[in-house]
Design a protein around this ligand. Structure first.
Ligand code: LLP
Length: 391
């Protein structure tokens, strides 16, 4: 995964830092184009997964749109060069100011999550003399078979409008003059690896679309959200998710009306495997029966293990000694600041470099300055290559 030249360069950089493999990102985007865009599907990159300008530039060049969940993300997308008609805006708790940002830009779609939000959006739009495009996010009660913190499509979750409210919704919509219903939106969860969940989603979408049509609402677009998972155990063997099968599920199971647009919002599957956290071993410490490898990255740089019990692969970059079993832990004053327990790694010592893999999505964007730590920098393989050549 990492070349000797890259590792040598890493030795001169202050750790921890994020490292992005831009070649892999290019290849991943080629697959999205080949299996998704080529079918006429619209793919919005979920900027919540990674908001770096260099990454967004790639998404723009590849012809992707953007999926936002805050006013800040809308502004970031516009600054990065996306057209407002490429921007979808979701979220259960849009503030008035954030709605205003979306209205000012005239975005593609407000993905509305409640009846009250529709009323508020209508009022704010009418005050500014605009008509907002709206997709209603519906709760399909489909399990994503993923961690409960990132499950969003079940009735018990806070997301989307429950089918029990559809008749109220159908009564309300014609009364709201400053919004126009253009579509329906779904997102069942994240890190979804069981594609059966998407087949079930398609069934629900077909059912809901019929109900909308029976009530006089034709849908210009359907937005299926994102969620496709990545292989955290084998990032090198499966560095690019199987987009062919993913998009194929929708091609096979979704009842698309003539001229209807199909949209997706993918984050992790596009950018997850291209990022790593590069960290240095600070100390080796013996417990009662545990070797601790204390590294200089912590939950401040990658919170996923602490928050979702996620297991990221760890590669040792600078040792090929015989393996030992370690608990790899960070420096933060919490026991949850543990990357892996009981993993076998080549024996390491103070100063060795490790890479925590599959950190391109929900790594840097979820960083914090807890314990008043410095923010880690980001480096990109293409820039690093230039630096190596010119140095
Ligand atoms: N669309 C909506 C409405 C979403 O809420 C999300 C993610 C996505 C699209 C993109 O999902 P993706 O394709 O990236 O799975 N921090 C968590 C993941 C949170 C996902 C939130 N919503 C993690 O590190 O696993």
């Amino acid at each position: 995964m990492f070349s000797d030249t890259q590792i040598n360069h890493f030795r001169n950089l202050k750790t921890p830092f994020y490292f992005y493999d831009m070649g892999l990102l290019d290849k991943t985007l080629e697959e999205v184009k080949k299996h998704g865009l080529s079918k006429g599907y619209h793919v919005h990159f979920a900027v919540k997964a990674n908001f770096n300008y260099k990454i967004l530039e790639k998404m723009l060049d590849a012809g992707l749109g953007i999926d936002c969940v805050s006013g800040g993300e809308i502004e970031r997308a516009v600054e990065a060069g996306f057209q407002p008609n490429q921007i979808a805006f979701a979220g259960v708790g849009k503030s008035d100011e954030e709605i205003q940002i979306g209205l000012n830009h005239g975005i593609f779609s407000f993905n509305c999550e409640s009846l009250q939000e529709l009323e508020v959006l209508n009022e704010l739009a009418s005050q500014t003399g605009k008509v907002a495009n709206v997709a209603v996010r519906l709760n399909p009660n489909v399990s994503a078979n993923t961690h409960k913190y990132i499950t969003t499509g079940l009735h018990e979750n806070k997301f989307g409008i429950h089918p029990g409210r559809f008749s109220e919704l159908f009564n309300l919509l014609p009364k709201l003059d400053s919004i126009q219903l253009t579509g329906i939106h779904f997102h069942i969860g994240s890190q979804v690896v069981d594609l059966q969940s998407y087949r079930q989603l398609c069934e629900k979408v077909n059912e809901f679309q019929n109900i909308f049509e029976e009530n006089g609402f034709q849908l210009r677009h359907i937005n299926l959200g994102g969620g496709l998972g990545i292989n955290y155990n084998s990032p090198d063997e499966e560095s690019i998710p199987d987009f062919e099968t993913f998009f194929g599920v929708f091609e096979e199971n979704l009842e698309v009306r003539p001229g209807q647009e199909i949209h997706f919002e993918l984050g992790r599957s596009i950018v997850g495997q291209c990022g790593s956290v590069i960290s240095k071993v600070l100390y080796i410490k013996e417990g009662v029966s545990t070797h601790f490898a204390v590294i200089d990255a912590g939950m401040t740089e990658l919170i996923r293990p602490a928050l979702y019990q996620a297991q990221h692969k760890i590669d040792v970059l600078t040792s090929d000694k015989s393996p030992l079993v370690y608990d790899v832990v960070g420096p933060i004053c919490e026991s949850s600041d543990t990357f892996r327990r009981g993993i076998s790694l080549p024996e390491v010592q103070r100063g060795d470099l490790v890479a925590i893999r599959s950190a391109g999505a929900y790594g840097e964007v979820m960083a914090s300055v807890y314990n008043l730590r410095d923010r880690a920098k980001a480096y990109y393989s293409d820039e690093l290559a230039e630096k190596v050549i010119t140095n």
